[in-house]
Write a protein that binds this ligand. Structure first.
Ligand code: MV4
Length: 446
């Protein structure tokens, strides 16, 4: 097992990794930028080291700065958290080239799956259902028109280097399609330095359901149930829950098996997520996320498995200590993401000093946060302040528990998404489980 790991991230996920490591008897080194200097959570690491100024490009995204820090403090491994360098294949490779284990999949796996058209190809090869669409990238106008007229409009053009919704264009007919194709390519080139695009049938208001997987790279791959993530705005999730209220046991099992098949075909190692869209009675693979995700606690609460701990164990070369038959989903969990944003003003970031902070607690309540009264939310980064996760025997009980916990939660000094969550959890459609990816926009539009 590792003796010391460096946590190449900040905020709540840095703290989550520090906690897992501490329970495993592994020392931690936290890195921080000037904008995070003095943050209380940094004191919970065994050591901390400044890696640069506030801008991410010169700190949390700087491979040389992080590798230099890791060399100075002499760690065995680096945990990348989510965001920043977590899905950067070059970073994974650089870590390993320096004799430092990257806590995540092989660089080559990340490269393949990070390219969405390649991930789609791997899925198809593995007989995992994908949305009807192109075979690989579409190379010219003629090819895209052919694909569109075979599958029927509307179609969705996606950047192969994209993901999380960036670089997508819907087209409803031939003329629009050719324009959209040129626009999508230009946009992808500008955003990702890679113009490759592929096409899929556009699904109207699908559900977004994802499967958590764990692979030890030694032959064992398990799925840990699913999370329903359809409550989102501009590809930012607000609420996640598990099990999904929108699928039945037969789809659940088929999706889990599909995720494992895909992971096997890709030679996956570590914790990962296979994303699917659900439309009617069908589900379709769309992307793999090669990282621990924000919403992983939902799965931890319903399975009792510490995913970050397992991620560290398999990175250190240990086998998974359980198999699929040992994974039992118990009860229901819901997560509310608490962001420093003002929903009344278009979710404008609301950084600044937290003057009052009263945390919810009691039975079945988990709060993952690095903030407290007196904490100053820096303007530089993602606005996630806290994740409130509840667990209860049934979905109804979990909804009531979430409503109660949100009512206990007080944050003053800045605007947060807490009031919006109080409304969502009481919304009749949400409570019935009758929602899809169009729910939040529709709700906000009134
Ligand atoms: C789609 C789709 C409809 N049809 N693909 C958005 C993020 C990226 N991961 C995939 N996304 C979508 N892909 C086809 N063929 C609709 C979306 C989509 C979406 C997906 C998941 C969660 C929220 C979403 C919001 C808008 C669009």
């Amino acid at each position: 097992m590792f003796h010391r790991i460096l946590v190449a991230n900040r905020g709540e996920i840095a703290l989550r990794v520090i906690r897992a490591a501490r329970e495993m008897g592994i020392d931690t080194v936290a890195v921080y930028s000037k904008a995070d200097e003095g943050a209380a959570y940094l004191e919970l690491a065994d050591e901390r080291i400044c890696i640069g100024p506030g801008p991410s490009s010169q700190s949390y995204l700087s491979i040389p700065s992080i590798i230099a820090a890791a060399e100075v403090v002499d760690v065995d491994a680096i945990h990348p958290g989510y965001g920043f360098l977590s899905e950067n294949a070059e970073f994974a490779q650089t870590c390993r080239d320096h004799g430092i284990e990257f806590i995540g999949p092989e660089a080559e796996t990340m490269r393949k799956l990070g390219d969405k058209a390649t991930a789609r190809d791997i899925a198809k090869q593995a007989k995992v259902p994908v949305v009807p669409g192109s075979d690989g990238l579409v190379q010219d106008e003629k090819a895209i028109v052919e694909v569109a007229e075979r599958i029927g409009y509307p179609v969705l053009i996606k950047a192969t280097a994209g993901g999380g919704g960036r670089g997508m264009r819907v087209a409803n007919g031939r003329i629009a399609l050719v324009n959209a194709w040129h626009q999508a390519r230009a946009e992808a080139q500008a955003a990702f330095g890679e113009s490759g695009v592929y096409v899929e049938k556009y699904l109207e208001r699908p559900r977004h359901v994802e499967i958590q997987i764990l692979a030890d790279g030694r032959g064992r791959i398990v799925y840990l149930g699913e999370r329903e993530c359809s409550v989102q705005r501009r590809h930012q999730k607000l609420v996640e829950e598990g099990p999904s209220p929108g699928i039945n046991d037969s789809m659940r099992r088929a999706m889990g098996r599909a995720a494992v098949k895909l992971a096997k075909a890709a030679g996956y190692k570590g914790a990962g997520t296979c994303e699917f869209l659900v439309a009617g009675k069908e589900f379709y693979f769309i992307e793999v996320n090669c990282r621990i995700q924000v919403e992983h606690p939902v799965t931890e609460l319903i399975t009792g498995i510490d995913i970050v701990r397992e991620q560290i164990r398999v990175a250190a070369g240990e086998k998974l200590s359980f198999d699929q038959g040992d994974v039992k989903v118990k009860g229901h969990a819901i997560e509310a993401r608490i962001n420093a944003e003002d929903p009344a003003r278009g979710f404008r970031p609301s950084p600044g000093l937290i003057t009052r902070f009263i945390a919810p607690g009691g039975p079945g309540v988990r709060l993952d946060t690095h903030v407290h009264a007196g904490y100053k939310v820096p303007p530089n980064y993602d606005s996630l302040l806290a994740k409130l996760i509840v667990h209860a025997p049934t979905r109804q009980a979990a909804l009531d528990r979430m409503a109660r916990a949100l009512d206990e939660f007080t944050i003053e000094g800045i605007k947060t998404t807490i009031p919006l969550h109080r409304e969502i959890v009481r919304n009749a459609f949400f409570r019935k489980g009758d929602y899809d990816t169009g729910f939040l926009d529709e709700y906000l539009a009134g």
